[in-house]
Ligand binder design. Structure first.
Ligand code: SF4
Ligand code: SF4
Length: 275
């Protein structure tokens, strides 16, 4: 096969894989999207979006590097002291139309226009000026509107009184945040406690481990990249600039996630050709 034909075949495979990824990623969260549409009727008029601040934290997930080990999930469970059945982050196995498997890891998307914030009747969930969508657990009344509204299915209800320590401790970390009361809706905060303390100390989230979300630090392949999207030199910005085709899940909903994905690039075919 000539070099040009090889390149054209590879390019076609890349486009095909990307299309597959978009289709599967869309279908994966499709059911939740239906409930999101159903929730429009309870939309809160004065959703809190906050003023835009100095930073805008975001994450890039490189699908090509993810090996599905779930270390991100386990580190998240350890740091947030979560039981086995409580997941702020999920990793699923998906298959392209070519039959190639890949892993889709999914934290909260930290939407710029978050449906969960719109529907919360008591402003317990809100968006900070650095773009992190977070919770005031003292205000949460456990109505679960946010869970219904989230098109990405990443909200977790706390059914139990806090007891004991996560089975992921100490292998994947130690608890770093206070226990939440029974009956509240929980979520990923991009490890805001690490970011806040880190920034105060002059550390750089995404660069200095102690100021970076635990899932990013735990990833053994560097599939998760974090940083300030307002800083062109942050690891997340550099990654986005270097990749021409980053995508966001359910773009059509205009939620503007701050989690970006680098879609599959047809590695299997490339490997076959090299062999
Ligand atoms: Fe809210 Fe869901 Fe968006 Fe996270 S992904 S900000 S929980 S709507
Ligand atoms: Fe993928 Fe990294 Fe999570 Fe492992 S830790 S599942 S490689 S994102």
């Amino acid at each position: 096969m000539s070099d040009q034909t090889k390149n054209e075949t590879q390019a076609e495979n890349n486009v095909s894989s990307r299309r597959d990824f978009l289709k599967i990623a869309g279908a994966m969260v499709g059911a939740a999207a239906l409930t999101q549409i159903a929730s429009v009727g309870i939309k809160k008029a004065q959703a809190s979006h906050g003023e835009e601040g100095e930073h805008r934290w975001g994450m890039v997930i490189d699908i090509n590097l993810c090996i599905g080990c779930n270390y991100c999930t386990y580190a998240c469970q350890a740091v947030n002291n979560l039981d086995d059945d409580m997941l702020y982050n999920v990793v699923t196995t998906e298959t392209t139309e070519n039959g190639d498997e890949y892993f889709l890891s999914r934290p909260c998307m930290h939407c710029d226009d978050p449906p969960c914030v719109h529907v919360c009747p008591v402003a317990a969930t809100y968006i900070r000026d650095d773009g992190i969508v977070t919770m005031d657990y003292d205000l949460c009344i456990g109505c679960r509107y946010c869970e219904v509204a989230c098109p990405y299915d990443v909200r977790v209800f706390n059914w139990r009184e806090h007891s004991g320590t996560s089975p992921r401790v100490p292998a994947f970390g130690t608890p770093e945040v206070p226990p939440r009361p029974r009956g509240v809706m929980e979520k990923c905060t991009f490890c805001q406690h690490r970011i806040d303390i880190g920034v105060e100390r002059g550390l750089v989230p995404g660069v200095d481990d102690s100021a970076t979300p635990a899932c990013v630090v735990a990833c053994p392949t560097g599939a998760r990249i974090f940083g300030d999207l307002k800083d062109a030199e942050s690891p997340a910005s550099v990654s986005l600039q270097a990749n021409k085709t980053p995508i966001r899940l359910r773009e059509e909903l205009s939620t503007s996630p701050k989690v970006y994905y680098l879609p599959p690039t047809g590695q299997t075919n490339a490997a076959t050709e090299e062999g």
